[in-house]
Design a protein around this ligand. Structure first.
Ligand SMILES: *Cc1c(COP(=O)(O)O)cnc(C)c1O
Length: 365
């Protein structure tokens, strides 16, 4: 059997290590995972209740178009329900967009480093990824604009950017949207938007009517704490959403996920609490990194990318053996690790163990 040539060397996505595996490997009873930007406070209790209520409906297919959830979300965001599409995580929306819009040889522009899922899906469609280096950890929108050609179909902007955590401002985004040709779709991935407190952060939903080539991605996986259920969404002009809908599998989101998302959306108090706690966690970690003399990128999501001034991979391994899972392995930033913001106790533990690890590194060189 011969697979498609363009997928033969495609790497399998490397997720953060699961807690259970690390416990077994290192014989640890306590392990903290700060590797996948998960919500350390879980999810709204109402979301759990909604899932329990769905248990009597497991034999039934879901509403493939998630119409009730669409309606509630549309009114919450002030858009029409025809402007929303749900996916098995926003990861799936990324895949659907590339499936609907990228032909072999088309060009698509993204930052280097950014979320790896844009490129892997472009590869699957045999599109050409143009990776534009970040400038000091931030999207270089001028350079990305300069990379646009007649063949460019999609530009990906991850805001806040994963892994660096930096943001572009509304003014920067507006300037970009004004200059980018109308044949280019701009996908604004806002998986972490609900965490952002910076007043210059784009109010992107307001821009949808003005820029028909803008598509926004959001998710219930991060601040809503429903990563296990796999439900995210895209928002755009109805005709664009229609195209993406046409390449969607019929039942791509399940009943428990839709029910939990609806309940989670109604519990904005949970969201506000998580946002405040996260902001405190960011302040604590940044203050501690300052004290330790470690540089980091200004963090606007629920994670921080910090320069540990030695091999990030080595620090990852040492932290792992002491029961803390973080994220290393960023090609352009080999001396950095990305840490998710945990509970105050987890953050304290991270700093304590990281200091130990870095002291050990110093004493061995
Ligand atoms: C986590 C994340 C997503 C999507 O997560 P889903 O669980 O698939 O909704 C999308 N983009 C970025 C940048 C992320 O970090």
């Amino acid at each position: 059997m011969k697979p498609k040539a363009n997928i033969v060397d495609l790497p399998v996505y490397q997720p953060g290590k699961p807690i259970e595996q690390v416990k077994r490997e290192f014989g640890l009873s306590e392990v903290i995972k700060l590797a996948s930007n998960e919500n350390p406070y879980g999810c709204s209790p109402h979301a759990k209740e909604a899932i329990v209520a769905e248990l009597s409906n497991l034999s039934m297919y879901p509403d493939g178009s998630a119409s009730e959830l669409s309606e509630e979300l549309a009114s919450f965001m002030g858009v029409k329900k025809e402007q929303i599409i749900f996916g098995c995580g926003s990861d799936e929306i990324i895949a659907l967009i590339t499936r609907a819009y990228l032909e072999p040889g088309d060009e698509t522009i993204m930052a280097d480093q950014t979320f790896s899922v844009y490129k892997s899906n472009a590869d699957i469609e045999k599109a050409v990824s143009i990776e534009v280096p970040l400038a000091d950890g931030t999207h270089d929108l001028d350079a990305m604009l300069n990379a646009v050609t007649d063949r460019t179909k999609i530009v990906w902007i991850c805001n806040p950017n994963n892994p660096t955590g930096t943001i572009i401002s509304e003014n920067e985004l507006l300037r970009f949207m004004e200059s980018v040709p109308k044949h280019v779709m701009v996908v604004l991935d806002e998986a972490y938007s609900e965490f952002v407190l910076d007043p210059t952060y784009p109010k992107s939903l307001k821009l949808l009517d003005q820029y028909h080539n803008l598509v926004i991605l959001r998710t219930f996986s991060k601040i809503y704490g429903l990563a296990a259920l796999r439900i995210g969404y895209g928002i755009g002009q109805a005709d664009v959403i229609q195209m993406i809908n046409q390449v969607r599998e019929p039942f791509n989101t399940g009943r428990p996920a839709q029910a939990a998302a609806k309940a989670a959306l109604r519990d904005q108090k949970f969201v506000d609490d998580c946002r405040q706690r996260n902001a405190k966690g960011i302040m604590y970690l940044q203050k501690e990194f300052d004290r330790m003399g470690l540089r980091y990128f200004p963090a606007h999501g629920n994670f921080i990318m910090v320069d540990v001034l030695t091999s990030g991979q080595d620090v990852f391994q040492s932290l792992l053996s002491k029961g803390i899972i973080v994220r290393p392995g960023f090609a352009r930033y080999p001396s950095y690790i990305r840490v998710s913001v945990g509970t105050p106790e987890q953050n304290k533990m991270l700093i304590h163990v990281l200091e130990q690890v870095l002291r050990d590194v110093k004493s061995t060189v």
